[in-house]
Write a protein that binds this ligand. Structure first.
Ligand SMILES: [Cu+2]
Ligand SMILES: [Zn+2]
Length: 200
């Protein structure tokens, strides 16, 4: 039955082309990756929020809901490593979750406010909750799902995004004596990490 043989060959070739096509599409910059989700937990392991990251057109949408937090603004960032170990405490500051690493910074290293993982701060109301949904074009979902993963972190304090005008002076450090110092350029004076969630 030569006709059937040709049909089977054609199907095999078509499947092969489809598999090749999909792997090529994953490597392409415009590829839409599967959304990533995170459960945010505090240092005691209590659930304090949920979050989703998804590609949306040429940008990336983040949708987050938190509860049980103190009222006011809280610094909120994507950090480089998908590990949220509450026992990993920074001896200098007492902050847990040091395993999550620094702020995601994909391209040129820069100061805080310019990091790719810097996000709009969360505004928590008197009832301890916050909800937000926004887009950023600083990263795509596929860039968060790298070998060591990524995490989202909520901090104790508001975020100044490194915006310290040069009229403010401080003791000399590596950045000089006016404007933002090294601590500010690291994380915007957002204080300790109070919640962490691994993006999966
Ligand atoms: Cu952070
Ligand atoms: Zn930053």
């Amino acid at each position: 039955m030569p006709g059937r043989t040709h049909l089977a060959l054609a199907v095999t070739l078509a499947l092969g082309a489809a598999v090749i096509g999909s792997s090529a599409a994953e490597a392409a910059p415009g590829h839409i990756a599967r959304p990533l989700d995170a459960t945010l937990r505090d240092a005691a392991g209590k659930r304090v929020g949920v979050l989703r990251v998804e590609d949306e057109g040429q940008a990336t949408r983040i949708t987050v809901s938190v509860w049980g937090l103190s009222a006011g603004f809280h610094g909120f960032h994507v950090h480089t490593t998908g590990r949220c170990d509450a026992r990993a405490v920074d001896p200098a500051t007492g902050s847990p979750f040091t395993t999550a690493g620094a702020h995601l910074d994909l391209a040129t290293p820069g100061g805080h406010g310019g990091h790719d993982g810097d996000l709009p701060a969360l505004l928590v109301g008197q009832n301890g909750t916050a909800r937000a949904s926004f887009v950023t074009d600083r990263f795509r979902v596929a860039q968060l799902a790298d070998a060591d993963g990524s995490a989202v972190v909520i901090h104790a304090l508001p975020d100044n995004y490194g915006n310290i005008p040069s009229r403010y002076t401080h003791p000399a450090d590596t950045t000089g004596t006016t404007g933002a110092d090294a601590t500010t350029l690291k994380a915007g004076d957002t204080g300790n990490r109070i919640a962490c969630g691994v993006l999966r």
